[in-house]
Design a protein around this ligand. Sequence first.
Ligand code: ATP
Ligand code: MG
Length: 395
Amino acid sequence: MQPHIYSQSQHNIPQERIDSDALFVIDRLQKAGHTAYLVGGGVRDLLMGLYPKDFDISTSAKPEEIRRLFSNCLLIGRRFRLAHIRFGKKTFEVSTFRAGDTAEESLILRDNIWGVPEEDVLRRDFTINGLFYDPQSAEVIDYVGGMHDLQNHFLRTIGDANVRFKQDPVRMIRLLKFRARFGFAIDESAWQALLDNHLEITKSSPARVIEELLRMLESGHALSFFTLLEQTKMLTILMRTLDEECKNMGKKELLAYLHIVDHFHKQHADEKLDRTVLLAALIFPIIEKKLGKVSFEDVSFTTILKTTESILDPLFHQSFVQFTKRQRFLVEFILVMQQRFDLTLKTSKILPRLLSHPEKNIAIQMLFLRSHSHELLRPLYRQWKEASRQEAPSS
Ligand code: ATP
Ligand code: MG
């Protein structure tokens, strides 16, 4: 198949937004006689006028050939062999063009089958993620109609959505991620395929799903993403307790803290709330509802502990999404600490013991979120924040 080629005058990729080390890698591969392009999310983001967070490279060079060209290169993965090329803190992922068996209805088993550029894009998930960019000729190379879909704000799978979601169910989560992040319309057949196949998600690796969920909590689009999870019945599979509470107390109330979390991440592009705080923020409205209060100075420690455990136990044990023991411990710590903070409302005292706790900052982050939800907690947050600042060892 002939690709559609878009020359520089037909696209708006500003070359200066491309990382100079990524350009160096592509240039060296091309000078050694290989084909090499930018691919995937990086190209998509450049075309959308965004700053890509990573620049992935696809090439005809085999992993061993890549390694010979770069001293700062490490080959990783057995099933899916990739080259990582490091420049200081940055790492570029360089993968060899692969052929996938797109007609196969089972989970992908064969990964290291080298292919040509066209085959490489046919195994990718959505048309907007299937574009190549050749910095040398400044051309976008499009085998899948991704440019048209990007211009029309449209999410479409590459190939039959039913087959593609069965092959790798994480693609369904990714579809919702791009919908939440970009607000693009979803192709009717992809939407239907997602509704039909949502149970398939349990066949995928929980670790991959958790990573996508946590990344979305950090993305600035957590509210719309979790709303989509609920709407598509994914939430009931992934985190059943949360779904039940959505039904009990209403979606808007349950997800209220995500609005604040999103606002924070949109305002602070380079700063993320701790992942345990994000999990705590998902649960906090349930605690408020169960206790019938927004501040807990009159609630006993035993009550807050029991309430917290009654929510965390099913959430951490019955969900497809499994969190670590340490995550569970920290979420519980963050939640019960709120009662300790609130005692200050009654006593006007700051307990110095709490300030020396090594994990106090994550608990204070939760108090920060609460203070944005309830005006009356603002002075309390400021008090604790200031006290913790004074406590911090001077550097
Ligand atoms: P983000 O901006 O969140 O990183 P991304 O599209 O770049 O989004 P990555 O996980 O970095 O996502 O993946 C890079 C590229 O690899 C994608 O753009 C897509 O082409 C391909 N890809 C990722 N996950 C899948 C998948 N599950 N199935 C097929 N192709 C995938
Ligand atoms: Mg990416």
